[in-house]
Write a protein that binds this ligand. Structure first.
Ligand code: WT7
Length: 630
């Protein structure tokens, strides 16, 4: 693949990609392995919406990630696994070894009756088996649905049921820092509610005592023992579904965002190579969990497509101490480091003394993802981690976009702290005003949309195409609506200002207010809830819940603890509200709509100017909420 080498080159490539998108992407796609080339590069309309890239072509993603490297770099390390406990030894898998493991596990899946198009749920910690399971699914045309191992049993069963998975892959347990998570136990609870699941494969990671249901539950190590290490990659048509990944929106249950094979592959491969300016033989460390899209595109698929060495880190940034990331960088001579602003901000609170003892000289490029990065955190990262030598790529994208859309290109794009800067080739952003009119020119702000397809974009919401259309293509006709607000500065640089819908970004985790409200409402004393975000120094945004209760609450502290436990049980502990205020009522309009604008102001502590409250059904309720604000 051609790599963008200078800013001039970027401008030229960008121009070409806009004028002749099909020729541009056909050339990029030429560098992948196809058993049959496409009949057409792109067919699309955003009304249905229907988007097809490389229609008629046949390929296999796992072949592109593994097989094609065997001859040139079979003995090179593909994956380095760094355990939670630094005293345990790390593990590596070469491309050859990865090939063997993936083929074996693909054969296991086949033996259990998994066929092309079947859904396989992966609920695993950060261990190589997660990548092996994903690649094995891709090898046989099965659709993987990875569920982050921090989700609760009911979140897991909801996701399994929504896409009718027939297999669940999990592990006995995992340690994250000092905390043990009993994955199989959580899975067992979920499995009481999931009739579509025929088998559960369990990887013995920590030798924990667990219960195994005869016939249904099978040990990974037994299954792979006697199967062949050969499994030809199934050639699938370009638009064959590759994976489902659930993500939260403003309303309703999480959506199963569906990505298809060829477009996703081309986009993940191209953006990894260019955004990070990846160079042959480099070590890449993405700290995201495989349970999120960053883990899919830039921990597993993007790096492997490019024959890179990718690090999979099982632990957390603060265990055994707050120098852990830098120990990993030092130990494995990491060249490119990609993390979330929330991690940077949390490490910032410990000071910089730790850096004196770590050798970070291998680092060449730094990246951030998941939320806006404030200038202070940007400079801290740039100075202490990058020693003012490493460009920082602030990469803006979403689960739905499959890969990075707006970002500097490392070493190429002039940087501006807290700006995602410029669109990548093939990406056509537009800012729209509230009347749906595209705002032209610079120094403007609006709702961020994309007006032309790119290969990595999601094709549908699994099992609900109408919801896909409604959510992303109905707000502005002819545009993909991102849900983000955005400013374009005087030089045409983009700065993402945050969500304009009811989605809250807590530590880079995307959470729908509705989901949390539903969970809290299940508490027996709660009548109604409204959750809003508020600025939080480390998490970016924190969660503030206003709850109306039945009768008088004896002990509000007990109630708060119970509500938090409720949210942990229904969603996962990362979604627990930071603040819970018992209120006599909620500010509602005469038509019954909660005025979240007012609640957001109160949560921010900005009660001086609440704006117009005259349309409220009961303006007095605002005073009461203000007086009790936390
Ligand atoms: C939302 C998408 C993309 C992988 C991780 C999150 C926010 C993401 C940035 C950034 C400002 C960002 C947006 C977006 N976001 N990257 N560089 N600057 N905001 O994926 O869970 O689908 O969340 O994260 O609000 O819409 P996700």
């Amino acid at each position: 693949m051609k790599q963008i080498s200078t800013f001039e080159d970027y401008l030229q490539q960008y121009q070409l990609s806009i004028e002749e998108p099909e020729a541009f992407w056909a050339e990029v796609a030429d560098d992948f392995v196809w058993s049959k080339k496409w009949a057409s590069v792109l067919e699309w309309n955003f009304a249905e919406p229907s988007v097809k890239w490389f229609s008629g072509a046949f390929t296999n993603l796992s072949e592109n990630c593994i097989d094609r490297h065997l001859e040139t770099r079979g003995n090179q390390t593909a994956i380095i696994w760094e355990p939670n406990d630094p005293n345990e030894s790390f593990k590596t898998l070469t491309y050859k070894e990865l090939h063997t493991e993936v083929c074996r596990f693909a054969n296991v899946l086949k033996n259990l009756g998994v066929k092309q198009g079947d859904r396989v749920c992966i609920y695993l910690p950060m261990i190589p088996e997660a990548a092996i399971a994903m690649l094995a699914c891709a090898r046989i045309g099965a659709i993987h649905s990875v569920v982050f191992a921090g989700f609760s049993s009911s979140s897991l069963s909801d996701r399994i049921n929504d896409s009718q998975c027939l297999l669940l892959i999990t592990a006995d347990a995992v340690y994250r820092g000092e905390k043990k998570i009993d994955l199989k136990k959580i899975a067992d609870d979920a499995l009481t509610q999931t009739p579509s699941i025929k088998n559960c494969i369990v990887y013995n990671h920590r030798n924990t005592e667990i219960s195994m249901l005869p016939e249904r539950d099978l040990w990974w190590h037994n299954l792979v023992k006697d199967v062949s290490a050969e499994c030809p990659p199934l050639q699938v048509e370009a638009e064959t579904p590759l994976f489902i990944l659930y993500t939260s929106g403003s309303t309703g249950k999480p959506k199963g965002v569906l990505h298809t094979t060829a477009g996703y592959m081309v986009y993940a491969g191209y953006t990894f190579l260019n955004v990070f300016n990846y160079r042959e033989g480099e070590v890449f460390f993405c700290t995201a969990d495989v349970g999120w899209v960053t883990g899919h595109s830039y921990l597993v698929y993007g790096p492997l497509l490019n024959g890179a060495t990718t690090i999979m880190f099982e632990g957390i940034p603060t265990y055994p101490d707050h120098g852990r990331f830098w120990d990993v960088v030092d130990k494995h001579r990491v060249n490119i480091f990609y993390t979330a602003p929330t991690a940077i901000r949390s490490l910032e609170t410990y000071g910089t003394a730790i850096f004196k003892t770590k050798d970070l000289s291998s680092l060449r490029v730094l990246g951030t993802v998941g939320e806006p990065i404030n200038e202070e955190a940007w400079h801290w990262y740039h100075q202490n981690v990058g020693k003012e030598q490493c460009p920082i790529v602030d990469t803006w994208w979403q689960t739905e976009t499959g890969g990075i859309l707006i970002s500097p290109i490392a070493g190429v794009t002039p940087l501006k702290p807290s700006f995602a800067t410029l669109p990548l080739p093939g990406v056509q952003p537009a800012l729209l005003d509230s009347d749906g009119i595209e705002i032209s020119g610079n120094s403007v702000e609006g709702n961020l949309c994309i007006k032309f397809p790119w290969p990595g974009m999601s094709r549908t919401v699994y099992g609900n195409h109408e919801r896909f259309r409604q959510t992303y293509f109905s707000a502005y006709m002819g545009y993909y609506f991102t849900g983000d607000g955005c400013r374009r500065d005087e030089n045409g640089y983009y700065r993402i200002t945050g969500r304009v819908d009811d989605v809250i970004n807590v530590s880079g985790h995307r959470i729908g207010t509705g989901e949390i409200e539903d969970a809290i409402d299940e508490h027996q004393s709660v009548i109604e809830t409204a959750v809003v975000g508020f600025p939080h120094d480390v998490k970016g945004q924190g969660l503030y819940a206003f709850v109306i209760c039945t009768g008088k609450i004896e002990d509000e502290e007990v109630l708060r603890t119970e509500i938090k436990a409720m949210v942990s049980e229904k969603i996962g502990s990362f979604a627990r509200p930071d603040k819970i205020q018992v209120v006599p009522g909620l500010p509602k309009t005469r038509s019954g709509k909660i005025m979240r604008r007012i609640l957001r102001k109160i949560a921010e502590g900005d009660t001086g100017n609440l704006g117009d409250t005259t349309t409220l059904l009961d303006p007095l309720v605002v005073e009461a909420i203000k007086n009790g604000a936390l």
